[in-house]
Design a protein. Structure first.
Length: 270
């Protein structure tokens, strides 16, 4: 009950802030983006969920520093992985919907943001993360974000990302990216395997976790439309992240491995 009250107050605060901007003499515009990605795999923090290919629609709207978004995953041919148990093995499944809200504020060359994400999944318990971070307004806008799961899987995830975009010609840019992540499990869920007991009673999983590098293009199609083909490579950052779930000292979620993800995203800005 207390958590519900805190969430209600937080939402009321956000609504009040948006309303004050709405009724000001010069209200800021509402902007947004709608997109659809078609990818060979769904990777989240290094873990591969399902078989693929996948469709991932996304919609976001922003107003006066506030943003709200909805994202979904549709696996066209689900398959089991070390991290994933399909609900429709070998068949298509709409298996995840994520809802998020955040507030961004600037302070000279440095900006800050905070918000929350609700993860609604068929293959795991639904959960909530709160997050906060900062970004520096230089080439690639390096951004550090700290996520904290406050419901099903208490733990902390840190991500440092760099996403430079280089203009190649009119209406064409080269999009690069790199990120690194660190996990610090904070509950019994994250206990590692202890060979002495044959159970997950070891120390909570804490390690440099996943890395990603990316190269892609953005092609302006006009009228607010663009298309973005991209190639990404995800990989484990430590020996701990490579360990299998049933190995000595292994993680609860199984091993991370190098995975290539490729596909194309169609984007409409409004």
């Amino acid at each position: 009950m207390q958590r519900s009250i805190r969430v209600a107050f937080a939402l009321a605060f956000l609504a009040a802030g948006a309303a004050s901007s709405l009724f000001s003499e010069d209200p800021p515009p509402i902007t947004g983006t709608a997109s659809l990605a078609v990818l060979n795999h769904y990777i989240f923090r290094g873990y591969r969920f399902g078989g693929g290919p996948v469709l991932q629609p996304y919609l976001t709207a922003s107003f006066a520093g506030f943003s709200a978004s909805v994202w979904a995953n549709i696996d066209l041919k689900e398959a089991a992985t070390p991290n994933f148990a399909p609900d429709r093995d070998g068949r298509a499944s709409y298996n995840e919907t994520d809802l998020s809200m955040n507030y961004f504020f600037g302070a000279g060359p440095i900006g800050g943001f905070a918000g929350f994400v609700y993860y609604g999944t068929k293959y795991a318990q639904n959960t909530v993360e709160v997050f906060a971070g900062a970004t520096v307004n230089i080439l690639g806008k390096p951004t550090l974000t700290v996520y904290r799961d406050v419901k099903a899987y208490p733990g902390t995830y840190l991500n440092l990302a760099w996403t430079p975009s280089i203009a190649l010609a009119k209406g064409l840019s080269l999009d690069l990216g790199a990120s690194t992540g660190y996990y610090a499990g904070g509950s019994a869920y994250w206990r590692t395997f202890d060979p002495a007991t044959g159970r997950y009673t070891g120390a909570p999983y804490r390690a440099f976790h996943d890395g990603m590098v990316k190269a892609g293009l953005t092609v302006d199609l006009g009228g607010g439309w663009n298309i973005q083909p991209a190639l990404q490579y995800y990989f484990p950052l430590s020996s701990a992240a490579k360990r299998a779930a049933d190995a000595a000292g292994g993680t609860v979620n199984g091993p991370l491995a190098g995975v290539v993800v490729f596909g194309v995203t169609l984007v409409r800005a409004f």
